[in-house]
Write a protein that binds this ligand. Structure first.
Ligand SMILES: [Zn+2]
Ligand SMILES: [Zn+2]
Length: 146
């Protein structure tokens, strides 16, 4: 059981500060995602996300905006500044994916894998020895969340 008086393990916020994130458990996975959807959601050539049990994450905001552009995928944005806050996927039930770049503890949250590596632009070189999945890393993510 988590102690409600203790400070959360992981905290974060959007660009404008209207939306905040806290988590009271370690993430189940941390991954880069090179897919075109994540590029468009973030506006960046690569995104990275942190997977949590949905129960472990609290998103506090009066202005959250949910967008579903693809069936089964819900992306949540700060309705004030537009920062991409979270994603949830019907095929990964019970998990919430938080944008890594929003988190205060980013130095301690290094990615463990690359998802959709085949969609990575040729000029984008991230030099590491992490496993690279040519498509979704959903099987790996499911494995780590169970
Ligand atoms: Zn904001
Ligand atoms: Zn993606």
């Amino acid at each position: 059981m988590s102690d409600t008086n203790s400070s959360p393990l992981i905290t974060g916020r959007c660009y404008c500060g209207a939306s905040t994130i806290s988590a009271n458990a370690r993430p189940s996975a941390i991954a880069y995602c090179h897919c075109a959807d994540c590029r468009r959601v973030t506006g960046a050539p690569v995104s990275a996300f942190v997977a949590f049990d949905a129960d472990a994450v609290t998103i506090s905001s009066a202005v959250l905006q949910e967008v579903t552009a693809n069936p089964g995928v819900t992306r949540t944005f700060c309705g004030s500044c537009g920062s991409p806050i979270a994603g949830s996927y019907d095929y990964l039930p019970g998990q919430t994916y938080i944008s890594l770049g929003l988190l205060d503890q980013i130095d301690a949250l290094s990615p463990q894998m690359h998802a959709h590596d085949e969609a990575r632009p040729d000029w984008l070189c991230i030099k590491d020895d992490l496993p690279r999945f040519s498509s979704s890393s959903r099987d790996k993510l499911k494995e780590q969340s169970s």
